[in-house]
Design a protein around this ligand. Structure first.
Ligand SMILES: *Cc1c(COP(=O)(O)O)cnc(C)c1O
Length: 390
């Protein structure tokens, strides 16, 4: 029995990830596969690691891509920095703090939590108090909460974590490539990300970086890391100079991430972050004319993930399915407590472009109008365009 030929529809991916893939990245993934110890591949790994370090603003030698998605990046970060019985403080203000807690408990950590309502972020005082109460070896926090659209400043809390002698573990899955992330300067000890958000690469790789303090702890563990596949001590021997076989690397995904990083560095980090911010400001101006409000607190809104409240009386499912089926645009619905209440509009990587904002706003206007929503025709697109022009 033969299934039909594969013919995926053309979508504009403006949800919480995956994001639109840059055409050069799709081209790269189709190039010839070589062996995972081929000199060409080893050189490609080195160059890719260098580009990752430059993006993360770190000199950390132990910077590489885990062969799996962002959640495996999370698991890699945790199993390698936590020993069974360690105290870990995890900050929860959305879905991914909860996931981090679950992973840490499975890794044998003795987890404490501090919590904030979804859409709010943690202050330095919150962190200091949490540390005083739980005396953690590791503090885990999400920089860009994709479930709520809230941006957690990291630099300010990093010092407090360091003063307490703990390691700072940061989820940069949605932030990396869309906003400034400074591993060394800020004092992040362990960072992980994912390929399919602002890096605009297909899902399947999770960049991670371990700083000197995390590596020291790793090298002085009393027992082995409780995951064979994600053990950074073994992965370091493959990604480092020894090139000891561990698992067969996903060669063509490495090509994809390599090209995605080239695209970002060619544009320049500052330009790339500014593009994310500009498209966010234009989208926000357009949504304002439609009386659509953001969920996250106004001082902490993410540029690449716009979580907004669905207006009263509007049918969530009807809007999202028409966006997809008539206009080819995917946006995300709410997760967990936000199901049916929030839309998540992604402006990640290659999707963060002027034409997508304008198309989305005009499509949304049409779909709201169909449901009897009061609006001024054309106002949303005009507001967005005036931001782009200024
Ligand atoms: C998407 C995401 C993850 C999980 O990544 P997957 O690639 O879906 O496994 C983790 N943390 C945050 C903040 C995310 O947005």
């Amino acid at each position: 029995m033969t299934a039909p030929a594969l013919n995926p529809p053309k979508r504009i991916l403006m949800g919480p990830g995956p994001s639109d893939i840059h055409p050069r990245v799709l081209e790269a993934i189709g190039k010839d596969t070589v062996g995972h110890l081929d000199p060409f591949y080893l050189e490609t790994m080195n160059e890719m690691q260098n580009m990752l370090r430059a993006l993360m603003k770190t000199e950390n030698p132990l910077t590489f891509a885990v062969s799996a998605t962002g959640s495996a990046g999370m698991e890699t970060a945790i199993v390698n920095s936590v020993e069974p019985g360690d105290n870990m403080l995890v900050c929860i203000n959305g879905v991914f703090g909860n996931r981090m807690t679950d992973v840490a408990e499975r890794a044998g950590a003795n987890v404490s939590n501090i919590e904030k309502p979804w859409g709010e972020v943690f202050s330095v005082d919150d962190i200091v108090q949490g540390i005083e109460q739980s005396n953690p070896a590791v503090v885990g926090i999400v920089m860009a909460e994709t479930s709520t659209g809230a941006f957690q400043p990291i630099k300010e809390i990093a010092q407090a974590v360091r003063d307490a002698g703990a390691l700072l573990l940061v989820d940069a899955v949605t932030s990396l490539g869309g906003m400034n992330v400074e591993v060394d300067n800020w004092g992040i000890d362990i960072l992980y990300s994912g390929s399919q958000k602002c890096l605009s690469c297909p899902p399947g790789l999770a960049p991670v970086s371990f700083g000197p303090r995390a590596v020291e702890k790793l090298n002085n563990r009393k027992e082995k890391v409780r995951s064979w596949y994600l053990d950074a001590t073994m992965l370091a021997s493959y990604w480092g100079e020894e090139r000891v076989y561990h698992h067969t690397a996903p060669i063509n995904m490495t090509y994809a991430l390599y090209e995605a990083l080239r695209v970002i560095h060619e544009e320049g980090l500052e330009n790339c972050f500014k593009r994310h911010l500009d498209t966010h400001r234009a989208l926000k101006a357009g949504l304002e004319t439609l009386r659509i409000e953001y969920n996250a607190d106004p001082n902490h809104q993410l540029p690449m993930l716009n979580a907004v409240k669905i207006p009263d009386g509007i049918d969530d499912g009807a809007v999202r399915s028409s966006l997809l089926n008539e206009f080819g645009i995917e946006i995300g619905g709410g997760l967990g407590a936000f199901k049916g209440k929030v839309w998540r509009i992604g402006l990640m990587g290659y999707a963060a472009r002027e034409k997508n904002v304008v198309l989305f706003l005009s499509a949304l206007e049409e779909l709201l109008k169909r449901q009897g929503y009061q609006l001024e025709p054309g106002a949303a697109v005009a507001a967005a365009n005036s931001i782009f022009q200024s």
